[in-house]
Design a protein around this ligand. Structure first.
Ligand code: HEM
Length: 410
């Protein structure tokens, strides 16, 4: 489990520090929504916001609540670590710079554009499953064999990374998403991460150069050739930052959506129904609400603001708990129950407002294809009774591995 964010600040509150608490934070969220819906945690020098309405208000108002971590008072301290490449990406930039960066790639993630990618996603899923699901019955780690590699190969394909480089790409992606964990030597971890970043950066720089000279039909070409509103193109650093953002933002999240869905569907004996009439896409939305892969996000107040009788001051850091908002009894009927056909379901699992997840249509498509293929190849899937370990990445919710037993379909 990670303890710090890219700026070296403690992210998870002490209340969620144990394995058990972070795997099931939902009762604690409920208490906080009732007793301390907006609270300041001096240990982390951070505000925590737990109710749906407040979380949504913060996400909707990006003048008052910035995504740029450099605006935080914390940043004025002299011992802050170096800033990373990701800080220059759309995720950490406010408008208008945000909109320019997002505008360059936006259309590639629209459902219409993604439809062309669907057969390839299906082929990847089929390949992975034909390696994992063998014999008549067996056991597999769903994360390692399926939920982890699938999004990585999809984004590699989208960017235009050739098949023979996919394994390297998987390794880099793995290192990048790991945040420093409490039980690991931080220096060693940082060195490993920097080495992976450098290797990856030089690989991408080569690709950028190549696509400038010889444009192809891939996302990397779009990143380096597409003009912004002012007629300029992305710099090499901006193209690199965006590519890495897509990897970091898109992989571990989608992995956990698929894994969390297997947990939800198994615990509710849903696989049989999903082979029949139950609507898969609606059930996936409920997973996004019930076990949200991104539990929380960070903002910085740009001016003093009052919420639930508390005054958040300009420069204060805020964590908005999507995972809690998505269980808010003020917004959802029976929020603690997984309701596979829940409609409407206005969850905040992909965020809200200007920074609403760029990859949401891709994540939905990947998850749907993943389950269609999984259901096609298996007759039964059951969780193995084992001690689960949470994903080691800041504010991302899921498990490191998920052993399941299966019987193959006739
Ligand atoms: C289940 C999977 C996913 C979840 C739960 C998820 C969740 C989120 C959330 C909550 C945000 C908002 C961040 C904020 O407001 O600070 C976000 C933004 C973003 N996501 Fe996703 N994401 C997923 C998959 C993907 C995929 C597949 C991609 C791309 C390949 C992607 C790319 C992005 C990008 C680029 C942003 C920043 C958008 C902006 O700042 O305008 N995400 N995502």
């Amino acid at each position: 489990m990670s303890s710090t964010d890219p700026q070296g600040l403690q992210v998870l509150p002490d209340e969620l520090a144990s394995r058990e608490a972070w795997l099931e934070p939902f009762d604690w969220y409920r208490e906080m929504r009732a007793d301390a819906p907006v609270r300041y945690d001096p240990a982390r020098r951070t505000w925590d916001v737990f109710r749906y309405e407040d979380v949504k208000r913060i996400l909707a108002d990006d003048d008052t609540f910035s995504v740029n971590p450099r605006l935080a008072d914390e940043f004025q301290e002299p011992d802050r670590p170096e800033e990373g490449l990701l800080f220059e990406t759309m995720l950490f930039q406010d408008s208008p710079r945000h909109d320019e960066l997002r505008g360059v790639v936006n259309d590639a993630f629209e459902p219409r554009a993604l439809r062309e990618l669907e057969p390839e996603i299906r082929d990847f899923a089929t390949d992975l499953l034909s390696e994992a699901v063998t014999g008549e019955d067996g056991t597999m780690d769903l994360v390692e064999t399926f939920a982890y590699p699938l999004p990585v190969v999809v984004i590699a394909e989208l960017l235009g990374v050739p098949a023979e480089d996919r394994d390297r790409f998987k390794r880099w992606s793995n290192t990048l998403v790991e945040a420093a964990s409490t039980d690991e030597d931080t220096k060693e971890f940082t060195e490993r991460q920097q080495a992976a970043q450098m290797e990856m950066a030089s690989y991408f720089f080569e690709m950028i150069k190549d696509r400038r000279e010889t444009p192809r039909d891939d996302l990397m070409t779009q990143l380096v050739t597409r003009e912004r509103a002012d007629g300029s193109r992305l710099s090499e650093e901006e193209a690199l930052g965006t590519s890495i953002l897509l990897l970091v933002a898109g992989n571990i999240t989608t992995t956990n959506l698929i894994t969390n869905a297997v947990r939800c569907f198994s615990n509710h004996d849903l696989f049989e129904e999903l082979r029949g009439d139950a609507d898969l896409q609606t059930a996936i939305e409920e997973v996004l609400r019930y076990r949200s892969p991104v539990q929380a996000m960070t903002r910085v107040a740009t001016e003093d603001v009052t919420m639930q009788d508390e005054t958040i001051e300009a420069g204060d850091r805020i964590i908005v708990w999507l995972g809690s908002a998505n269980r808010d009894e003020r917004q959802f009927d029976d929020p603690g129950t997984f309701v596979p056909d829940r409609t409407p379901n206005q969850h905040l699992g992909f965020g809200y407002g200007t920074h609403y997840c760029l990859g949401a249509p891709l994540a939905r498509l990947e998850a749907a294809v993943a389950f269609e293929e999984l259901l096609e190849r298996t007759a039964t899937i059951e969780l193995v009774d084992t001690e689960l370990q949470p994903t080691r990445s800041s504010l991302i919710y899921g498990v490191e591995s998920l052993p399941v037993t299966y019987e193959t379909a006739e």
